[in-house]
Design a protein. Structure first.
Lengths: 275, 308
């Protein structure tokens, strides 16, 4: 055997070991949902002796499980739509229209990149409560959008500035104003960056825990991470039910990831590098 | 299209008229305010208010009237749990920089080339990053459960007594650091992979022809070439470490006996759940100061260098 073979063998072995470290907990989780608690206790990794589907089944028949997912979906979609519209509109102004104070306002809107979301969570809670939004979807959507705007505007502006200027000049001569141009041309031409930012915002919102935890109290409006913690609290001793719940909630995330992989990786790393 | 240099030479009144007539100002007035209002209302105002509330003893009801000066800050600085929380956040930063980043870089170097097998490994390693932190925390709290989990099985296999890692004052935070490593190394790896794929092959070939070993290529060609990406990933590691919250709640909720708090779980536990809005705001102010200091320092050191 030549040294090249052994080097590659060592490389692949190492990669497989790391993969096992990554996948083992996930595998134990998926399988755990099929086992009885007694079996989980004796064999956390093995295949279940009998595949019990009742734990998965009872969650799938539970209306609150679907309500949690529905709430999360609505909040995430709301945040995405609002961030794209509001962020793109502002970024368009910075990219296309020169006016006094433009740079200053732009820098102001980028301040959100400087500090963690948690910094102002208590005054935010007070604000949301005083406006009367506690326990509504808006209590999550509006602050999430506001905090996501900085990065969205930064990425959008860079993209808009690269759109051909001749296009606007031609449209302008034909009597097309700024706002109409934004709707008719800029937005449709910006599909790639809209998708990238949209997916990024969606994933962040879907996984968000701290903000919903602070502003949502009633189970009617719970997002799935809150619902999951609630569920865990109710079945402290029954790991199989919790594991089934976790599996059912991370499954859509994994499917979504595989489907939108390109945009997720671009948004999470490319966006990060540019930001 | 009227050029901007022209319009800048005109007197203000003319410029204003012209701006209005071609819809420039109206457009700005339609498109900009939504972002400005949302950002001001839900980001800047709460931030400024935390700087104000921090000087009051206030439970969040009515107006803050009980001005206490710097007392909140003094209490935080004198609170042993805060010391632990700050030290834990420091540990997360240290492990991210010293263990996680080199580990991610090593993996990136092993799989950055575009081959089908590498694509599969990349996918696997990135997987934990897309999972919700809470879900990751719950999964690992099962793994570490001394009665049911994987550690229980392992302990049993060795005939040892069951371990309750998450209830152990010395080991609980090590467990948390493991989860953080598991969750985030793929993100840093992806940043490095993107950068490594951008390094020109000519440079690597040239070094190879001159007799450089694989390690020398890595050390003298590839790593210097992706320095900006490493700087970015370090920045995200630090800023991310400052915000760790979601993972802790399902794993230990800050316990046992408050040994596994981070700054944010500390803020949440001692500020919000007890409705000490003033106290919690003061913690927020400290967190803000740390984050901004790091951001400014980072810009000075890395951005300044890349421009020159």
């Amino acid at each position: 055997m030549n040294p090249h073979f052994w080097r590659n063998f060592a490389r692949v072995t190492f990669l497989v070991v790391v993969s096992a470290f990554v996948l083992a907990p996930l595998l134990a989780t998926v399988l755990g949902g099929f086992k009885t608690n007694a079996e989980i206790r004796t064999s956390a990794f093995g295949l279940p002796e009998t595949w019990n589907i009742e734990f998965y089944g009872s969650i799938l028949y539970d209306a609150s499980f679907w309500r949690y997912l529905g709430n999360s979906l609505l909040i995430s979609l709301g945040t995405v739509i609002l961030t794209l519209l509001v962020g793109a509109a502002a970024a368009y102004v910075f990219a296309q229209i020169k006016f006094f104070g433009s740079r200053m306002i732009f820098s102001y809107l980028l301040l959100g990149l400087m500090f963690p979301f948690a910094t102002a969570i208590l005054p935010l809670f007070i604000k949301v409560r005083d406006i009367g939004l506690l326990d509504t979807w808006w209590a999550v959507i509006l602050p999430q959008t506001a905090f996501g705007l900085s990065l969205a505007i930064l990425l959008f502006r860079t993209f808009f500035e690269q759109l051909p200027k001749e296009l606007f000049e031609a449209a302008y001569i034909d009597g097309c104003g700024y706002v109409r141009f934004f709707w008719r041309f800029t937005l449709p031409l910006s599909a790639p960056i809209l998708a990238t930012v949209g997916v990024f915002v969606f994933v962040q919102s879907w996984n968000n825990f701290l903000l919903p935890l602070v502003v949502l109290n009633s189970r009617e409006v719970f997002t799935w991470p809150l619902g999951m913690m609630q569920f865990r609290g109710e079945y402290v001793t029954e790991w199989n039910r919790t594991l089934a719940f976790v599996t059912l909630t991370i499954l859509p995330a994994i499917v979504f990831f595989l489907a939108a992989q390109k945009y997720i990786v671009a948004g999470l790393t490319g966006g990060a590098v540019k930001g | 299209m009227p050029s901007t240099t022209d319009s800048q030479r005109m007197p203000l009144a003319d410029r204003l008229r012209r701006g209005l007539s071609n819809g420039r100002i109206t457009s700005v007035l339609i498109l900009l305010p939504p972002a400005l209002i949302l950002f001001t209302l839900f980001v800047m105002l709460p931030l400024l208010e935390s700087g104000y509330y921090a000087f009051f003893d206030w439970n969040g009801y009515g107006e803050p009237t009980d001005y206490v000066g710097l007392e909140n800050f003094e209490r935080i600085v004198g609170h042993s749990v805060f010391h632990t929380a700050a030290a834990n956040t420091g540990k997360i930063i240290a492990v991210s920089l010293i263990v996680q980043m080199p580990f991610a870089l090593l993996l990136a170097l092993l799989i950055y080339r575009k081959t089908p097998t590498n694509a599969v490994f990349r996918l696997i390693f990135f997987l934990p990053y897309i999972l919700a932190e809470v879900a990751a925390g719950l999964i690992w709290s099962f793994v570490f459960d001394g009665n049911y989990g994987v550690t229980a099985s392992i302990a049993e296999a060795f005939g040892a007594e069951s371990l309750f890692i998450l209830a152990d004052r010395d080991w609980a935070f090590v467990a948390i650091l493991t989860v953080i490593l598991w969750k985030y190394f793929g993100f840093h790896m992806m940043i490095y992979i993107a950068a490594l794929q951008g390094v020109s092959n000519d440079q690597i070939e040239a070094a190879r022809i001159e007799g450089a070993t694989r390690l020398q290529v890595v050390r003298y060609v590839q790593i210097p070439a992706i320095k900006p990406a490493i700087a970015v990933s370090a920045f995200f590691a630090i800023i991310g470490a400052l915000q760790v919250f979601d993972v802790i709640i399902p794993l230990t909720n800050g316990g046992p006996s408050n040994t596994t708090h981070t700054i944010v779980t500390y803020l949440y536990t001692f500020g919000l759940t007890r409705l000490n809005i003033g106290f919690g705001s003061a913690v927020g102010v400290i967190l803000f100061a740390v984050a901004v200091t790091i951001a400014v320092f980072y810009q000075r050191v890395f951005m300044g260098r890349s421009e020159s």
